[in-house]
Design a protein around this ligand. Structure first.
Ligand SMILES: [Zn+2]
Ligand SMILES: [Zn+2]
Length: 243
């Protein structure tokens, strides 16, 4: 996906939506702020505390796996999540995810890229693959949030972004409980391109249980990928909340 095409998508959204109000507090947006007012952007901060390097769940120590991953590690080599899906970050991600506010991909995607860049494995990545949106969501809007975030992150990290995943079936995770999410069928994703021997990074907008990312990683590894890492813009702090 070229930068020219990315810029076109984002600028078209901006032109259609300016001037606008803060998606979180409703106050007018001033200056150069996008989507949120300056005061709300100041509350959008990276998640604090240690996280499991395999699945990004909160953990006692950054270098140790969480209890779930000690029992059974996910297939991906590592996972990072930038922030908690709460407050103004949740409003911004929802604006991008469900309200077509593609201009938010730039400030959010830059933050995600900076988080990915500090990982030891960041220099191993060859290609970025966004998690494909559900077909019914694609009918409502053209650019899925994961794809727009991946495009910006790819530009920041100087990595190509490719459509390497396709969804199988119509199962949705939105609105499901943690137990229901973890029952996402195996083979709900398939590889959509040649991935044999490649080192890949999957990007999604929000992760709750990590099951979607793991299933996507399984599909790419089954198709011959060498290694797969995962990154999400936000992780749901309370798994009972629907995304
Ligand atoms: Zn605000
Ligand atoms: Zn874990």
């Amino acid at each position: 996906m070229s930068d020219v095409r990315l810029a076109g998508v984002i600028s078209a959204s901006c032109e259609a939506l300016l001037p606008c109000l803060c998606l979180h507090c409703g106050e007018p947006i001033g200056g150069d702020a996008v989507g949120l007012c300056g005061a709300c952007w100041s509350t959008v901060i990276p998640r604090a505390g240690a996280a499991c390097p395999h699945c990004a769940a909160p953990c006692d120590a950054e270098v140790k796996p969480c209890l779930a991953c000690e029992r059974q590690a996910p297939v991906q080599q590592g996972t990072v999540a930038w922030g908690e899906y709460d407050g103004a970050l949740r409003s911004a991600v929802l604006g991008l995810k469900t309200h077509g506010r593609d201009e938010l991909a730039v400030p959010l995607g830059r933050r995600l890229a900076a988080r990915i860049a500090v990982e030891d494995w960041a220099s191993d990545i060859e290609l970025i693959a966004p998690v494909p949106s559900h077909p019914l969501r694609r009918l409502r809007r053209g650019w899925p949030a994961a794809a727009t975030l991946a495009l910006v992150a790819g530009r920041e990290l100087s990595l190509p972004v490719r459509t390497l995943l396709k969804r199988r079936g119509l199962r949705r995770q939105t609105g499901r409980s943690r137990a229901e999410r973890e029952m996402l069928p195996r083979r709900c994703f398939g590889a959509a391109g040649s991935v044999a021997g490649r080192r890949l990074l999957i990007i999604d907008d929000v992760t709750t249980t990590g099951t979607t990312l793991s299933r996507a990683a399984e599909a790419l590894l089954a198709a011959g990928a060498d290694t797969v890492y995962c990154a999400a813009m936000a992780v749901t702090p309370d798994a009972r909340r629907a995304t």
